[in-house]
Write a protein that binds this ligand. Structure first.
Ligand code: HEM
Length: 423
């Protein structure tokens, strides 16, 4: 880890903070956990709102216990005002965030409908897709001997799974939709969004529109001719006599495009990079892939925190430690910090796949918004580790190019080399 910065120099609101290497950000969060675990920041520097609308600062929760307590108390820590440190235009929020940015009873109802679509039989079908796609991608990559792991596996895998989810056939619409899902969360990176004042917002709006268009076309098509896919299951699902409206289906499609796509994409890249960084842990994994793969998945999730934060808004005055949070204040839950909390994890800066009781907060701190796709995400990572290390165990990927972002812990590229598998 880098040298500890002075407390007063730490500025989580600055874009420059998120452009630093992870070791420097980790050092800053360590100082916060120790010296000021619930701290106040000025408004986050934003690409999505003009300065006159971007007036609200935010509190940061950096300790696991506080993150868990806030996550499990949605009456006081509401999701309805938005779930990112940066505010969104309200119309965009409604169009893009679905029930992740709602409270009960609307959240309960929409999540309830969604859960009806994930029956055990449908989950088996989904797991089948996942394994099939992982295998096919590793088949394509293994004989090459070198590739950008992000392009060959991390990007393609969630794209293909997302296509199976919604029964998107190969072609322009599928490619356009997957591209939009991939670009949606990269607004803070000028290399993706382009330079210029409105570039980030324009990219974001365009992605949302593309995803809405695909979702409404698919909904219409599946109403006429249901298929064996999530869109058809969603259209049929109901909870307490209610189905989703078309607008709700479109917003859910956007939520899923992000939730199922970006997070898994980056976690597979982090996995391969992290095992390259820590060859002793890779050796342990290879010694007993069957027995250790699940521990490895949990440790990769803790280590990488693919989602760096989620945000809540206080509905009433509340004191956390000695911070006096006022009704209406934004409260950011830093999973990346919770996952290095010294009071919770032994030797938190050690990557250790044999870690006991690895109760990380990569999927959130519990409560009603706990990641709906946690089981699926674990399954995806597990199959990737199995197939990659089972078939090309000497793969090395030491030099990632990281995304500059305060929400997603992203990897833009990851050149990798290995002994090619004989065809
Ligand atoms: C490594 C991969 C993933 C990570 C790290 C991750 C992380 C998270 C986190 C931190 C939350 C918010 C928890 C909270 O606010 O308390 C969340 C919510 C959610 N995730 Fe995931 N996720 C992943 C994969 C997936 C996948 C594959 C799906 C698709 C099925 C998915 C669907 C969702 C949905 C729908 C929500 C909103 C739940 C709600 O508000 O009720 N996630 N995820």
């Amino acid at each position: 880890m880098s040298a500890a910065p002075a407390l007063q120099t730490i500025d989580l609101a600055a874009k420059a903070f998120w452009a630093q290497p992870q070791s420097e950000r980790d050092a800053a969060f360590t100082v916060l956990r120790r010296e000021n675990p619930v701290s106040w920041s000025r408004p986050a520097e934003s690409d999505l709102l003009p300065p006159e609308l971007n007036t609200k600062g935010f509190w940061s929760l950096t300790k696991v216990d506080d993150i868990r307590a806030a996550s499990r108390n949605p009456r006081v820590f509401s999701s309805a005002e938005g779930i990112t440190m940066e505010d969104f235009d309200p119309l965009m929020k409604e169009a893009a965030q679905s029930f992740i940015a709602m409270d009960a009873p609307r959240h309960t109802q929409l999540r309830g409908i969604t859960l009806q679509a994930f029956t055990p039989a449908n989950m088996r079908r989904i797991h089948g897709w996942v394994h099939e796609h992982v295998k096919a991608l590793v088949d394509e990559m293994a004989p090459k001997g070198q590739a950008d792991f992000v392009q060959d596996i991390s990007v393609k895998l969630p794209g293909r799974i997302f296509s199976s989810f919604f029964g998107l056939e190969d072609g322009d619409r599928r490619d356009r939709t997957i591209q939009a899902a991939q670009d949606l969360l990269a607004w803070t990176d000028p290399e993706v969004a382009g330079e210029g004042e409105d570039a980030a917002l324009a990219l974001f709006a365009e992605c949302v529109m593309t995803l809405h268009q695909t979702a409404s076309e698919l909904a219409e098509e599946r109403r006429v001719k249901p298929g064996d896919d999530l869109m058809s299951w969603m259209l049929a699902a109901e909870w307490e006599g209610k189905k989703m409206t078309d607008d709700e289906i479109c917003a859910f499609f956007v939520l899923l495009a992000v939730a199922a796509n970006d997070t898994t994409r980056h976690s597979t890249a982090h996995a391969i990079h992290t095992f390259t960084r820590f060859p002793d842990q890779k050796a342990l994994l290879l010694e007993d892939l069957d027995g250790r793969v699940e521990g490895a998945v949990e440790e990769v999730l803790r280590w990488s925190s693919p989602l760096l934060h989620m945000r809540r808004t206080a509905t009433e005055d509340v004191v956390v430690r000695d911070a006096e949070i006022k009704a209406g204040d934004k409260v950011v839950l830093w999973y990346c910090s919770g996952n290095r909390d010294e009071d919770h994890f032994d030797d938190p800066f050690r990557f250790d796949i044999l870690r006991d009781r690895n109760q990380h907060v990569a999927f959130g701190g519990g409560g009603p918004h706990f990641c709906l796709g946690a089981a699926l995400a674990r399954q995806m990572l597990k199959y990737v580790l199995y197939e990659v290390y089972g078939r090309i165990p000497d793969i090395e990927a030491p030099e990632p190019d990281f995304l500059v972002a305060n929400f997603i812990n992203g990897v833009k590229s990851l050149p990798a080399t290995w002994t090619p598998e004989a065809r």
